[in-house]
Design a protein around this ligand. Structure first.
Ligand SMILES: [Zn+2]
Length: 326
């Protein structure tokens, strides 16, 4: 396993703190999703559990390193949850049990809590006590994906370390090397995924990427044939809300294009289609279109049991009207 290039600096920064023996026992990392925070914590933990670290790197040879690499180290406690589960008081009790027994390998013990946003109120209160007086050589890594100011007491018990979305240029370089795809495709995948290189890689290698290309082709075709209902099967088939996002991204791009913001287009691989919209429709019309699509998406996600096909065909007819189809 290798650390992603954008995580090397944060890794060095944090490990140096341990090296100087100045590290806080609990580090709370605030980060956007999709840049690999779990891997960062895993690498730092490996260094902490390495018996003979070489500078800022772990040796990769000792028993500690081998156990970590086999995902089998008894003093590395990874509390990662399934999607909709929460950390309850019971989870905190298990954490306490782990840290108040001796470390199995005689060195450090590490607790990794993958998302503090999933701690229930009572779990936070219990966990605060744990953080107050932890046993020696116990290190906590907590991750928070949002709520910058929530749980101020929890924040105050930890050292806060912030990760940011990597610079676009760097992500692009990495993504091109990883996927061997064209510059334009990589840039588009990055921007659709809010700059997350990991999500972009997953996206560009998925069937959804192919669906997206087909979807735009079909959309273009339905305009040429003056019949928007042609895209109905594609939108209703699956991922309807994602496809509405694609339409909106494209309409936004057409407005940006009008204002010569060509460097900031999301779909830099769809210039032809963007030009088509921009040349043929006024910005006010594009803007109204976006609003109706967002409204449609809202209804789709918030009204349970709604007839998806009916709603989408209605929206397509509304859109035809807005665009003045004859
Ligand atoms: Zn080692």
């Amino acid at each position: 396993m290798k650390l992603y290039p954008w995580l090397i600096k944060p890794y060095n920064n944090i490990v140096q703190q341990y090296q100087k023996k100045k590290a806080h026992h609990a580090i709370l990392i605030k980060t956007p999703r999709g840049i690999g925070v779990s891997l960062l914590i895993w690498f730092i933990s490996k260094w902490l559990l390495c018996l003979k670290p070489i500078g800022l790197n772990s040796c990769d040879k000792c028993h500690g390193c081998k156990l970590m690499s086999a995902n089998n180290h008894p003093d590395w406690h990874n509390f990662t949850l399934e999607k909709n589960n929460l950390f309850s008081i019971e989870s905190v009790r298990i954490i306490n049990e782990k840290i108040f027994t001796c470390s199995r390998q005689g060195g450090s013990k590490i607790i990794f809590l993958s998302d503090t946003g999933k701690l229930t109120e009572s779990a936070i209160n219990a966990f605060l006590k744990t953080l107050e007086e932890p046993p020696r050589k116990t290190w906590f890594f907590l991750v928070n994906y949002k709520n910058l100011n929530s749980h101020s007491t929890l924040n105050s018990r930890c050292l806060i370390y912030k990760l940011f979305i990597p610079e676009e240029k760097k992500s692009l370089y990495w993504l091109k090397k990883e996927t061997v795809k064209k510059n334009r495709s990589c840039l588009t995948a990055l921007r659709i995924n809010q700059g997350s290189p990991l999500y972009a890689k997953k996206f560009i290698n998925s069937n959804l990427w192919i669906d997206r290309i087909n979807f735009y082709e079909c959309l273009h075709d339905s305009f040429k044939k003056n019949n928007l209902l042609k895209i109905l099967p594609l939108i209703t088939e699956k991922d309807s809300q994602v496809k509405i996002d694609w339409i909106c991204f494209l309409l936004f791009d057409s407005i940006k294009f009008y204002f010569n913001e060509n460097d900031n287009l999301t779909n830099s691989d769809q210039i032809e289609l963007i030009q088509f919209f921009s040349y043929n429709y006024k910005n006010t019309i594009l803007d109204t279109s976006i609003r109706t699509w967002l409204h449609c998406k809202y209804r789709l996600s918030n009204i349970s049991g709604i007839n998806c096909e009916l709603l989408l065909s209605e929206q397509l007819l509304i859109w035809e009207k807005i665009l003045n189809f004859s």
